[in-house]
Design a binder for this molecule. Structure first.
Ligand SMILES: [Zn+2]
Ligand SMILES: [Zn+2]
Length: 169
């Protein structure tokens, strides 16, 4: 039912005329999945369940993947695991439309990519950190302190005592 060239473009036309309560699961498992121009996920797995309701096709989605982000402390790219679930309705007509503004297309083909992308971005951490104990960068020389100690004192450079320390060192 899914298109090999556009794996997230799903043919749900058969559900439009199915009995209320009929559902169908689409499962996904890809090493690499591109959602739009700037979001590439690795180890992308998930399920999209479409159910026929009186108002439209209800989508229950449950997805996971990994994305490369830059750590705010050490400025090094790392892989962030994402997991996201959501429920949304593709309405049959404008009377039933939700704030997501989704309608069942006349072709019966739903492209999940734009919606998955929007919900994936909501799961991005506000301050991405490569690991909980990331030591960050040395404020003196900029070395990545996760890779070793550059030998500079750890005291904050703007501490009032830092200047004295340099005088007496
Ligand atoms: Zn880091
Ligand atoms: Zn240093």
């Amino acid at each position: 039912m899914s298109n090999p060239h556009h794996p997230l473009r799903l043919n749900v036309g058969f559900l439009i005329s199915a009995a209320i309560g009929t559902n169908r699961d689409f499962t996904f498992d890809y090493e690499r999945m591109q959602l739009g121009d700037d979001l590439i996920l690795s180890d992308f797995v998930g399920t999209a369940r479409f159910s026929r309701t009186p108002q439209g096709l209800l989508l229950q989605a449950d997805f996971r993947g990994r994305v490369v982000l830059e750590c705010v402390r050490c400025l090094t790219p790392y892989e962030q695991a994402l997991a996201w679930e959501f429920t949304d309705l593709y309405a049959f007509d404008r009377r039933s439309i939700t704030e997501s503004n989704l309608l069942v297309p006349e072709t019966g083909q739903i492209d999940l990519a734009p919606l998955l992308r929007e919900y994936a971005f909501l799961e991005f951490p506000i301050s991405p950190i490569c690991r909980p104990d990331c030591k960050g960068l040395c404020p003196v020389c900029g070395a990545n302190l996760n890779e070793g100690d550059c030998g500079h004192a750890r005291s904050a450079p703007d501490s009032p005592f830092a200047a004295f320390k340099e005088l007496f060192d």
